[in-house]
Write a protein that binds this ligand. Sequence first.
Ligand code: ZN
Length: 92
Amino acid sequence: MNQEEIKSAFARIQRRNLIASSVGIGIPALILLVLRDSIFESPDGLLLLFAPAIATVAYVQLVNWRCPVCNAWLGRFFTVRECPDCRAILRD
Ligand SMILES: [Zn+2]
């Protein structure tokens, strides 16, 4: 994998994070909009709101946020510039 391929692979990872985040916020927002107050009447309703958000965080943090070269976890910070493991430069 050359430098350009690493950078474009990392750009795809960032894009997936963005899409996943909008889905993770969008689905609960939509549920809230449709069900309105009735969602707060049962604990299951709240679960319905939080499950997509939790799934999104898990996906973004644990599955997607990995180095395109060595698959190491990139850490908590989305400002990362290089892989903490193999030192591949991920963006300019
Ligand atoms: Zn790496």
